[in-house]
Structures are given as structure tokens and as C-alpha cells.
Design a protein around this ligand. Sequence first.
Ligand code: ADP
Length: 435
Amino acid sequence: MNGVVGELLTALALILLAGIVGWFVDGERGAMLTSVSALTVFFLRQLWLVLRLIHWAGAPLGTPTPSASGAWGTAFEALHRRARLASAESEQATQELARFRRAAEALPDGVMILDGYRTIEWMNLQAEVCLGLKASIDTGSRITHLLREPEFLAYLHDTDHRGIPFELRTQRNPGRVLQVQAAPFAAGRILLLVRDVTQLQKLATMRRDFVANVSHELKTPLTVTLGFIETAQDALPDAPPAEIARYLDTAGEQARRMQQLIEDLLTLSALETNAPPPLEDRVGVTALLEDILQEIRSLSGGRHRIALESTGPAWLLGGVRELRSAFANLAGNAVRYSPDGGDITVGWCVDGRGGGARFWVRDSGIGIAGEHLPRLTERFYRVDRGRSREAGGTGLGLAIVKHVLERHQASLLIESTPGRGSTFSAVFPEHRVQS
Ligand code: ADP
């Protein structure tokens, strides 16, 4: 305010001075002429400064304010300060928005914001992946035009869905199960959370199947055992002891089968819950292979030709009990799935590809058709259920092998030709072997 009064007083003083000078030069006429000229100069200066202000206001944000003296200088400085403040505030808002976006991008779940008309305002990368959308193309489109599954449309239409998740299977991401949760917020907007639950669903199904399988596997031998015990009890008074002994033998055999199944289940559960075997434990391979060979020779009872080819490193680093169980399972299968007179070779050698080592078992047995190979390590998966039972199998052997190998960072390779035989190899990485 002071600046404005000062500016006016200065202008008046200058006009007065110009008038006095004019009066001295040319009397009354001169005074009038110089005063009007001074007034005109004053107005022209104001006009020029207004024009500079208008020009500055139209320039991009951040353009420095024009400089001037007096009241205009004060006004320009005040404007400059305001502009700086506004640009700092907008910079801060931009940074906060960028930070929020980065945080939303880092979320493991999909997040989408819909306006009151269900138009996509924003989505993170995870939402794009889950829903098969593209933010650069689909932002601004109505979600109801992009995801047309009727159940989803009904879910979105229903305003009472607060907190209740919905399971969505969409053509845009076939084969995946998505859990969608809509949360209404300000001005009819909806925050849509999307999570891929395919794996969780698979796990739940596997767990259910596993319990059903175990129950089924135990039920059969238990029924047989009970049947034979009851028959033996009924026959006891007058049946010859040899017959009773036969009944009890069969019951015993079924009980052993159940025992083996429970042992395998406990082994699997320990493999799943215990810590992985330490690298410091050294397992002498020669002694381990001798043990395995002795075991399968006794299992074969002289019905097969069994050989050993061991040229690999002296030590394996890992858990001896686990490794013995895995190797014995592979070698035992070779005996159980090879007809009498078959050839079985157990081998240990350097792995040509990676600098690690390979344990392998080759048999000349029944072999396995290609379509079964990917599923062999599933629990209770058998190519021929009857044959496996006959051979005393539980259907868990290769599942145990797979777990043991995974815990040693090793992989299982299976090559097989039906009617000609199979080779099962466990390939260990370099850091698990020592010469
Ligand atoms: P099982 O107790 O039934 O032997 P495994 O998990 O050890 O269970 O093996 C799964 C299935 O893989 C077996 O039932 C059998 O059909 C097949 N299999 C495993 N090893 C061999 C082999 N050496 N030759 C032929 N088939 C095999």
C-alpha cells in the first residue's frame, strides 16, 4: 500500500516539477504542455508494466517475474514469491503421487481404481497381468466393457459387496483363478483388489486328494486284514493249523503294507518340514553304493543280474539317510519292475554337462510309456496300480526321491522305453560333490 502511495506521490511531484519548468520556459501554456507530457509518460509506463505482467502471466510456469522499481517492483516480487510457493507445492504433490504409484506398483496384488461409471482411472502392473489388460490402452475404458463375465458384472453392480471377495475366471487370463475384492470409496469410486489364487486353489485340491488317497490306500489292506482275522477266528475250532497259518500270513502281509505306507508318509512329512541337509556332512559314496547293492541283491533273491559301475567322486555332501532312501528307492524299483532274468546296473559317474555327479540305475524291465513320465513323482501315481501293489509298492517312492533330490539341489531324469527298460538318474550339482 505504501509503495502505491509513494508511486502516486512521486508521479504527482514529477508532474508538478514538469509544470513548474514549463511555466518558467513558456508561461501558462508551457506549464500545461509539460504537465500533460509528464502525465502521458506516467500512463504509458503503467500500460507497459501491465503489458509485461500480462505477458508473464501467459508464459510457462517457472518463468521469472519482470523486474520494475517502486510499487510495481513490490507487486512483481509478491507475485514471484507466490509463484515459487505454488510451484514448490505442486512439485511436492507430484513427488508424493509418484511415491504412491511406486508403492502401489510394488504391491504383490493387483490394484485398480474405478470411477462412478466403472471407468478405469488407474491400475498397477499386477492388475494388468492378472486381468490381461493394458494400462496404456484400457485406462479410460469401462471395466464392464472389458470383463464381460456375467457373475463379475453382477458382483460389481451390487453395491453391498464391501469386503466380500469374488472368484473370477476370465477369458482374458485363461486357466487362472482370480480373487477380486471391491471396496467402494469417495464419490462412488471403487478400489478393486485382484489376487491370483490359482496356486492356492491347486494346493487345497492337492491336500484334499491326498487325504482321500491315504484313506483309500489304508482302507484296502485294513479290510483284507480284518477279513482274514475274522475268517481265521471262525475257522479256529476245526480248521487245520496250516490253514490258520495261511490266513495269518496274509493278514500279516497286509499289516506290513500298511506299516510301509505309514513309514513312507512319515518320511515325506519329515522331508517337507525338516531343514535342508547341511553342506558340511560328507557321505562316502563307495560304502553307500555297497549298501544299496546288498539291499537290492537281497530283494532280487538272485532273479536278476546286478552290476555296479562306479567312477564318480568319492564324496557327496548332504544327508546320508535321505540319500540312502532315495537311491534305494530307485534301485528297488528297478528290481520290482524287471522280470526275472533282467539286467540291472547301478552307476555313479562325473556328470559330463555340469561338473557335478550322477547316480543312475538302468534296468531291462517293463519300461514306462512317455505320457506317464511327467506324473511319476506325484504321490500315489502308478502306471499299473495292480502291479505296483503286487510288487509291494506304496506309490510314494518317487515322491520321496523327488523331495530328497530337491533338498540337495539335484534333479531327476527319467528315460524309458516300454518293453525295453528304464534309466533313472539323479544329477547332483558341483557344490554337492567332492573328490
Ligand atoms: P511304487 O511304490 O508304486 O513303486 P513309485 O513312486 O516308486 O511307487 O513309482 C511310481 C510308479 O512308477 C510305479 O508304480 C511304476 O508304475 C513306475 N515305475 C517306477 N520305477 C519304475 C521302473 N524302474 N520301471 C518301470 N516302472 C517304474
